[in-house]
Design a protein around this ligand. Structure first.
Ligand code: LLP
Length: 420
């Protein structure tokens, strides 16, 4: 396994000092398991490379919004990147601060803007002219000025999956590069907005640095024009998107990535500006796994199936993106391996977690779906009226339940039948 927080001890998979088998016994399956040490190390890789530079890290809450996970980052001084008032509430409940929070997203409602502005968020990342007008109105009604950064679409190819590539012209995200200067002029003319920055987010699971450098070059070119129009750009937000190893990808090391971007911006003569990073996946992806157990082994004419108790409602990425997650047994068996598709109990052919995997397993064995810390639990659903999994953080030789397993009765507690 790629991350030392998850390793075998005498043939049994452990997270830090705790065996996955004991976690399954104590908390049941399916179970999301995170390593505090892995979360801490990933955050430090960003923070250490930013130390002494004009740079800030805003954790993208969408990747993993468990309160305890956010709290681990908040304790280390992280800022946050949110896309809804729900995420904002989580940040505040987890000990994060409004003044270290940036508000992204293409469809903020007036109510969300009002709440965030009243609380004093650091910046609104605005994506369209109508949104600028809406924010200006909200700020006016509060007698305030809203700090604004435009998310510009630099039209670069991040060379990633089309569903998670966001910097191309054809995406719904950001202000088109060609319109950006005029949009800034409009923002500048609105009395209740204060232009403070510029940003982009070109996609996710990006494994090369060059698309970032291309995007930064385009942003800096714009910054010079915008400043000659009388605005002052204090920060440049380079977004998130750094990839992780799911299979055989070799993304840049976090520290190298941060340093390369900061050095590049400095060399281009913009070292006086603060640089914001918005990482999600690279902080949490390989700090978490999904633990599941095999209900049945079902041999077939063309394929063998290992039917497990986790499903597409627990981890949507394979069904959604045909994403690859490594799958390993918790206890290594000294037996003949067979080829299996790992599937869940949901009534959809798309309900699979892994295909064509060589595994030596028996019914009742535990499996670990690796690299499930990002966009795992947060995209889980109650499809097929399945209660969502519990979440646990391992810290050294202790395991703490940080989200209880849902109970079925909670799932329809807000529903009612017709009176007649
Ligand atoms: N900032 C903005 C504005 C974003 O839209 C995103 C992710 C991030 C930061 C964090 O990106 P990261 O560092 O995690 O790549 N569900 C998909 C990924 C969707 C990413 C959405 N935006 C998946 O499971 O692969």
């Amino acid at each position: 396994m790629s991350d030392s927080a998850f390793h075998y001890v005498e043939g049994v998979l452990h997270t830090e000092g705790v065996s996955a088998a004991s976690l399954a016994e104590q908390f049941g399956t399916p179970l999301y398991v995170y390593s505090r040490d892995a979360l801490t190390r990933a955050y430090h890789a960003y923070a250490d490379a930013c130390a002494g530079r004009k740079a800030a890290v805003h954790v993208a809450v969408k990747a993993n919004s468990n309160l305890a996970v956010l709290n681990v980052f908040a304790r280390m001084g992280a800022g946050f990147d949110i896309v809804s008032s729900g995420e904002f509430a989580r940040v505040l409940a987890a000990g994060g601060r409004a003044e270290n929070t940036v508000f992204s997203g293409v469809g903020k409602s007036a109510a969300e803007m009002r709440e965030a502005l009243e609380a004093g968020v650091k910046c609104f990342n605005v994506e369209s002219i109508p949104e600028l007008h809406a924010l200006n109105e909200v700020a006016k009604s509060l007698g305030r000025k809203a700090p604004v950064s435009l998310r510009v679409n630099p039209d670069v190819d991040a060379k990633t999956h089309p569903y998670i590539s966001t910097g191309l012209k054809s995406n719904k995200f950001g202000v088109a590069f060609a319109d950006a200067r005029a949009t800034y002029a409009q923002a500048h003319a609105m009395p209740n907005l204060e232009v403070v920055g510029i940003g982009c987010h070109i996609g996710s699971q990006i494994t090369e640095i060059s698309p970032y450098l291309d995007a930064i070059d385009k942003l800096l070119e714009l910054v010079e024009q915008i400043e000659s129009d009388g605005m002052s750009i204090r920060h440049v937000d380079v977004g998130g998107g750094l990839g992780i190893t799911y299979d055989d990808e070799t993304p840049p090391d976090i520290g190298d990535f941060v340093k390369t971007l900061l050095d590049h911006i400095e060399k281009r003569g913009h070292g006086q500006r603060e640089v914001y990073f918005e990482p999600g996946r690279s902080l949490v992806g390989n700090a978490g796994v999904l633990l599941t157990h095999i209900e049945y082994l079902k041999p077939g004419e063309e394929k063998n199936f290992a039917i497990v108790d986790a499903a597409m409602n627990d981890l949507a990425r394979p069904a959604m993106y045909e994403a690859f997650h490594r799958i390993v047994p918790v206890v290594k068996r000294d037996a003949q391996a067979h080829n299996y598709d790992i599937v869940g109990p949901v009534c959809e052919s798309g309900d699979w977690l892994g295909r064509d995997r060589e595994l030596a397993v028996e019914p009742g064995d535990l499996l670990v779906i690796c690299s499930a810390g990002a966009y795992g639990f947060v995209t889980s659903s109650n499809y097929n009226t399945r209660a969502r999994a519990a979440e646990v953080i391992v810290d050294g030789d202790r395991a703490r339940l940080v989200r209880e397993r849902e109970e079925v009765k909670q799932l329809f507690a807000g529903e009612s039948i017709l009176p007649d």
